[in-house]
Ligand binder design. Structure first.
Ligand code: 8YV
Length: 321
């Protein structure tokens, strides 16, 4: 933060609780309003809402059309996270409000998590850990697992995170195939392109979902895709809960129509269906794929560079196009 332009009198609305690195900076350098703590939100919008120029949010808290439209002076929405599906981009664009996210800096951690889920669900690490802790090793043998090395990894959405998943999966001698709207010419030639998701699922042992959330991908992973993945196939989701039809997933797991699932995201977070909680063939992660100290710091730095950049120089590093 340079002192070139004073931002002390700029009203910034924070939509939900954010990491301290972000909140403390905004509190120190702007007039911070914590939306979730405001009791009379309608009254706030009528009074201070008229002067709010910046909004800080995340891929979790989002920004509704209603809220954006209640802030007539709003210039920018600065979001933490690469996914921005709960932000009404159409309304922001119409209003000329700049929107930023935090791409790139979390690719490693999200890809690491995808691989962790692949290894965990196939080798049943969580289950085996429980087995040891419960003292069952003393009297029983833990059942043999499934070998992940050398298997077929199907990536749904070969973007920058998908590429990092592919690189890591290759280190485990997995073959790489992917489904995208279009084939990519800038990826290794041996990555096999599928224009048909059902066929990719049929030809995958691990189907890894890394597409953005939102209306375009709602329930992309449905019953037909799960049936194609088959009783030896595993579904890994580090994208958004909305991409997978969760009821269909539960049924497919219950019927043994797929072998298992590694899930970082859910349709109604933080609610996880009891049926999933009761299953041994799933590994559940509380939407923390990017949740390391290093990556969350990098994400916070990028949110703040965008915020300060906008109010000091009308420049942002990572606009959502
Ligand atoms: C964050 C994410 O958990 O980047 C994303 O899209 O889902 C995550 O990295 C999210 O932004 C909430 O803070």
């Amino acid at each position: 933060m340079t002192d070139a332009v004073s931002t002390d009198l700029i009203d910034v609305l924070m939509v939900g609780p954010m990491p301290p690195a972000i909140t403390e900076h905004v509190d120190r350098h702007y007039r911070l309003h914590r939306w979730w703590e405001i009791k009379d939100q309608a009254g706030f919008l009528q009074m201070q809402g008229q002067t709010v120029r910046g909004m800080v949010t995340s891929g979790r808290h989002g920004a509704s059309a209603e809220l954006i439209n209640s802030l007539p002076k709003l210039e920018g929405i600065f979001s933490q996270g690469v996914g921005y599906d709960p932000i009404d981009i159409g309304t922001a664009k119409k209003r000329g409000v700049v929107v930023t996210n935090t791409p790139g800096v979390l690719n490693d951690c999200v890809a690491d998590t995808a691989l962790a889920l692949i290894l965990n669900v196939s080798r049943r690490l969580c289950l085996a850990d429980r087995f040891v802790r419960e003292g069952r090793w003393l009297n029983e043998a833990f059942p043999l697992a499934v070998k992940p090395s050398g298997k077929r990894c199907g990536i749904v959405g070969l973007g920058s995170i998908g590429l990092q998943v592919a690189r890591r999966a290759e280190a485990f001698d997995m073959s790489i195939a992917y489904y995208n709207r279009r084939a990519r010419s800038d990826v290794p030639g041996h990555y096999r392109y599928y224009d048909n998701l059902i066929q990719l699922a049929e030809d995958s042992d691990f189907l890894v979902v890394v597409v953005p959330g939102g209306a375009d991908t709602q329930h992309l992973i449905n019953d037909a895709v799960l049936n194609a993945l088959g009783p030896k196939g595993y579904l890994i989701n580090v994208a958004r809960g909305t991409v997978v039809d969760e009821s269909a997933l539960v049924k497919a797991l219950q019927d043994g129509r797929i072998a298992g699932a590694g899930l970082d995201v859910f349709e109604h977070e933080p609610q996880v269906p009891q049926a999933l909680l009761d299953m041994d063939q799933v590994v559940l992660f509380p939407h923390l794929a990017s949740g390391t100290e290093e990556t969350r710091q990098a994400m916070a730095d990028l949110v703040l560079s965008n915020l300060d950049g906008w109010f000091q120089q009308r420049k942002v590093l990572t606009p959502v196009t």
